[in-house]
Design a protein around this ligand. Structure first.
Ligand SMILES: CC(C)(COP(=O)(O)OP(=O)(O)OC[C@H]1O[C@@H](n2cnc3c(N)ncnc32)[C@H](O)[C@@H]1OP(=O)(O)O)[C@@H](O)C(=O)NCCC(=O)NCCSC(=O)c1cc(O)c2ccccc2c1O
Length: 264
């Protein structure tokens, strides 16, 4: 079995029958690289197999960010790990769906890009009133389509999902709650108490009933898995283009990307 004490990018703790999985890269606003995803995958597998664990909390270290998606400093056409785009992101996303325990996104700050997709995939989301949500793909030459687009549209509606992906505005926690992306918004100082209230309740519920309910919700949207897999392979081809590389370079150089010449 995996040893979470050896993790460098992720903290794994069990608190009162809830597994807390914390992305611990606050200097890059909890963006993930290949190593981060390996550890997240292992952490979810540990939690899935531990009979003492009734629910899983996914969050980011510090108070700035939940997760801001792929680490742009580790993105040179490919990211720096394994998998189709150099990140085993499809494995992690599949695990969040498949683990037969509720996963709560504890959103303590920015949930942007691939971080927003992770929050979208979690069964429940509790956000601090200071949290911000948004997509940046078309600003940085990327798109996490499938779970990131089609499942998002299930939560917030098709028009709103298109707005989120095309306009790339940021939304407050309260706006995210109003559109159906968040279950509950609480003052930042009360975030942990609100999460504990729900994990304590989940620890008292029938695990089999919860697992059956989760699978039944999943069944209704499982076709999106195929879209995600297809899109990942399409994005791999996109990452090799000058258009995508312009988006990554612009973010790292802190300038506005120039996509004009790529308009078809
Ligand atoms: C989160 C922000 C909106 C914050 O903006 P703000 O202006 O407040 O702060 P800074 O921009 O100065 O950021 C502070 C500090 O953090 C660093 N940082 C933030 N995010 C990242 C990141 N993702 N990677 C690397 N570094 C990051 C930033 O450089 C600053 O460092 P300093 O050293 O200069 O202090 C804003 O930062 C923001 O928009 N961040 C997100 C940027 C982004 O492009 N994210 C990735 C999008 S693509 C993606 O996530 C993605 C993931 C997948 O898994 C995919 C899978 C399949 C297909 C596609 C995928 C995909 O597109």
């Amino acid at each position: 079995m995996f040893d979470p004490t050896k993790f460098t990018d992720v903290i794994y703790e069990v608190r009162d029958r809830a597994a807390w999985i914390i992305i611990n890269r606050p200097k890059v606003y909890n963006a993930f690289r290949g190593q981060t995803l390996e550890e997240l995958i292992q952490a979810f597998q540990i939690a899935a197999n531990d009979r003492q664990v009734a629910s899983i909390v996914l969050t980011g270290a510090g108070d700035k960010a939940f997760c801001t998606g792929g680490d742009q400093s580790a993105h040179e056409g490919q990211y720096d790990g394994r998998g189709v785009v150099g990140l085993p992101i499809d494995e992690l996303q599949g695990l969040i769906r498949d683990v037969p325990k509720p996963v709560i996104a504890r959103v303590n700050g920015f949930a942007i890009g691939g971080g927003n997709v992770l929050a979208t995939l979690c069964d429940l989301t509790i956000a601090a009133d200071t949290a911000q949500f948004g997509q940046v793909g078309p600003k940085v030459g990327s798109v996490d389509a499938g779970w990131g687009t089609a499942l998002l549209a299930r939560h917030v509606g098709d028009k709103k999902a298109r707005e989120i992906w095309f306009i790339n505005d940021r939304y407050t926690a309260e706006q995210a709650r109003e559109m159906g992306l968040v279950n509950k918004v609480v003052p930042a100082t009360e975030l942990d108490a609100a999460v504990k209230d729900w994990t304590d309740k989940l620890a008292q519920r029938s695990p089999t009933a919860i697992a059956l309910a989760k699978r039944s919700f999943n069944a209704d949207t499982d076709n999106i898995r195929g879209i995600s897999n297809l899109a990942l392979h399409a994005v791999k081809l996109f990452y090799d283009t000058a258009e995508s590389k312009e988006g990554v370079a612009a973010f790292n150089e802190k300038r506005t990307p120039d996509f004009h010449k790529f308009t078809s």
